[in-house]
Design a protein around this ligand. Structure first.
Ligand SMILES: [Zn+2]
Ligand SMILES: [Zn+2]
Length: 317
């Protein structure tokens, strides 16, 4: 099959071996995949991943049980053992034996085919086109903020970072009617927020006042956490969505002095993300800047790293 393969360098392979589903797994013919910040980190060495990247995708089940064959699906990315203390305790996404599609120990979806455990699948309703279905995974991750940190109307919430995840988080927060503002530096993505009635602040103009109830950190850079610590109010909450590849040295004293709660936040609820997209409550369509064919995958990655583009997609056929 055709695939993008990362092994110290990202390359396109016209003839990569087809994956073989194990017991309980299905073969999915990938239709589209999205490139996110994690993928850009992976090709710089994040998680020491080797293999086919790609964890945001939509495809069609082509083998496995009759329950799934022929269905258009998206897939949760944590592949779990079902037996460890985390799995038995209801925290399967933290399975101690897990592999993660296109991120850790398992090939991803930037290829013609990907295999996935049947239990990871979710059917995509007709009303969500392929271009939007690839956003289910990152939208679920954005919705996880609400799962971990109850947000009430009238709360002052800032999203720091106006990248792909920041724009999704801001829209999710707007849907629960809190007072949300986005702090960023990219005029294009800030304009996207303004078009959706979301307040924006250029980071160069920002004067942190230590008055935000919740700050959602989506910059991908340690300075983002520094800024979040200045913006949050005493006893407020910082939700950290960024993973800083290569580590960070940030002075954490403000967290102690202001008695701030910091929450790490990762994957989220697929079913709810699908519902939100089906109800057309989140604009993902105008976040798409470019779509490339799988054969142009290297070009697609370059484009995804260009701040001129918001979301870059790869079409398999
Ligand atoms: Zn992602
Ligand atoms: Zn487990």
């Amino acid at each position: 099959m055709k695939a993008l393969v990362f092994d110290k360098l990202l390359r396109y392979e016209g003839e990569h071996p087809d994956p073989k589903p194990a017991a309980g797994e299905v073969l999915v013919r990938v239709r589209m995949a999205g490139i996110c910040a994690t993928d850009l980190e992976i090709i710089k060495g994040y998680m020491k991943f080797r293999g086919i990247p790609g964890h945001e995708f939509v495809g069609e089940v082509v083998s496995g049980s009759s329950k799934w064959k022929g269905k258009r699906v998206v897939g949760e990315i944590n592949c779990v053992c079902g037996a460890c203390d985390m799995c038995r305790g209801g925290l399967a996404s933290h399975c101690r034996q897990r592999t993660v599609v296109g991120i850790s120990g398992r090939d991803g979806a930037m290829a013609e085919y990907v295999v996935l455990p049947e239990q990871n699948l979710h059917e995509v309703p007709e009303v969500i086109p392929d271009e939007q279905a690839v956003f289910v995974e990152p939208l679920a991750a954005a919705m996880q903020v609400l799962k971990q940190c109850p947000i009430e109307p009238r709360m002052n919430v800032s999203v720091v970072g106006s990248g792909r995840l920041g724009l999704l988080a801001a829209q999710v927060l707007q849907s629960v009617r809190c007072r949300v503002e986005v702090v960023g530096r990219n005029p294009q993505t800030l304009a996207f927020c303004e078009r959706h009635g979301i307040q924006t602040v250029d980071v160069k103009q920002l004067v942190p006042r230590g008055d935000r109830d919740v700050v959602v950190e989506c910059t991908g850079e340690p300075q983002g956490l520094n800024l979040a610590m200045q913006m949050v109010r005493p006893r407020g909450v910082i939700v950290l969505k960024s993973t800083y590849a290569g580590g960070t040295s940030v002075d954490l004293a403000p967290l102690v002095i202001k008695e701030v709660t910091v929450m790490g936040s990762r994957c989220g609820p697929f079913r709810e993300a699908i519902d939100l997209l089906a109800r057309q409550q989140i604009d993902v369509a105008t976040m798409i800047s470019r779509t490339y064919r799988l054969e142009q995958g290297i070009e697609a990655f370059t484009a995804a790293g260009d701040p001129q583009n918001i979301k870059v997609l790869i079409r398999m056929y």
